[in-house]
Design a protein around this ligand. Structure first.
Ligand code: FAD
Length: 289
């Protein structure tokens, strides 16, 4: 099933993201946790893609297994910065053969320490999106950044390129994580103002340990509200308390989003079925309204 049809059905949606293992010996354990997450019955699931290669084959395998075993529609991520056009064509054929019709088209992070991996055939996600469009009947998602992408000079420039990307053939957008809903509301206002009308899935990261946050903050330039910093300061080194507080914070964010008319929530579950289950439990009735 195409994710664009799910997003246009008029109902609120909840989707979960998982990531593949880096090495084959971990495949079975990752497959098991992704199955547990799929068994919760989200509206769809997404499977990330290693920009530098390595785990790519596992993305397709996991995506196929989830879809086949649980009939949960799957969104396979694909990046282009380290790929040739021929590799992208092959990957799309492979996805089609596995029955996967939804892709999240990304540029990927430029390989910092291995510049030779950058093929120079693709520079931006928009180029990949055009190639996917002409390769067949895929439903195409793309990334967006409520706080601006880290490489952008400013938000206005980022929005200009986002519009170009959407016009290349995007069916829906998924946001980078954010911890302050006001940032998302302002972003939605701005993109609607410049004529981007596609559905937006709000990306929510339940932060359940202090170390995870240090890594994420550095990577994405995400702003942390005072209320969130207080939780990290107080519970960041006490795993059980941090987990409880992180799930509560994410739940609170999601309820506020849904109450304010945001219809699609995408949870970065970090391959943790217990966290996905706790969030689903917390909002199960709310999702029915
Ligand atoms: C929801 C989500 C899922 C992700 N999943 C993965 C994953 O599975 N694997 C992975 O490796 N990474 C993933 N990423 C990270 C992503 O690959 C990086 O953030 C990457 O740096 C940008 O990818 P993009 O597709 O947004 O790039 P683009 O849309 O190409 O934008 C990249 C930068 O280039 C600028 N730009 C765009 N077009 C032009 C132009 N014509 N001229 C000049 N500048 C331009 C943009 O403003 C932006 O600053 C994900 C990110 C998100 C938000």
């Amino acid at each position: 099933m195409k994710i664009r049809d799910i997003l246009h059905s008029g109902k609120p949606t909840l989707s979960f993201e998982v990531f593949p293992p880096k090495t084959e010996d971990k495949f079975l354990s990752v497959s098991e946790v992704t199955r547990q997450i799929a068994a919760l019955g989200p509206d769809f699931m997404s499977v990330t893609y290693g920009a530098g290669g390595g785990s790519r084959q596992f993305t397709v395998q996991l995506a196929h297994d989830i879809q086949a075993a649980y009939q949960v529609p799957v969104l396979a991520h694909i990046t282009c910065v380290s790929s040739t056009r021929e590799q992208v064509r092959d990957m799309l054929e492979h996805l089609k053969a596995q029955g996967i019709e939804n892709v999240l088209a990304l540029r990927g992070d430029k390989p910092q320490n291995e510049p030779e991996q950058e093929t120079k055939e693709y520079h931006y996600a928009a180029e990949l999106i055009r190639d996917i469009r002409s390769a067949g009947d895929f439903c195409i998602g793309a990334a967006c950044y409520p706080e601006g992408h880290v490489e952008s000079q400013n938000k206005a420039e980022d929005l200009k390129y986002l519009k170009e990307k959407v016009e290349a053939g995007v069916d829906f957008l998924t946001t980078q994580m954010f911890f302050d809903n006001q940032i998302l509301y302002r972003f939605l206002y701005r993109i609607r103002e410049i004529g981007i009308t596609q559905p937006v899935c709000a990306g929510i990261m339940p932060v359940t340990n202090g170390k995870q946050m240090k890594r994420i903050g550095g990577l994405s330039g995400t702003e942390l509200p005072q209320r969130f910093k207080a939780i990290l300061d107080q519970y960041g080194t006490t795993p059980k308390a941090m987990k409880q507080a992180g799930i509560a914070y994410a739940t609170d964010q999601i309820i506020d989003l849904l109450a304010n008319g945001v219809r699609h929530i995408h949870v970065y579950t970090m391959n943790k079925p217990d966290i996905a289950a706790a969030i689903l439990h917390n909002i199960s009735e709310i999702l029915k309204v």
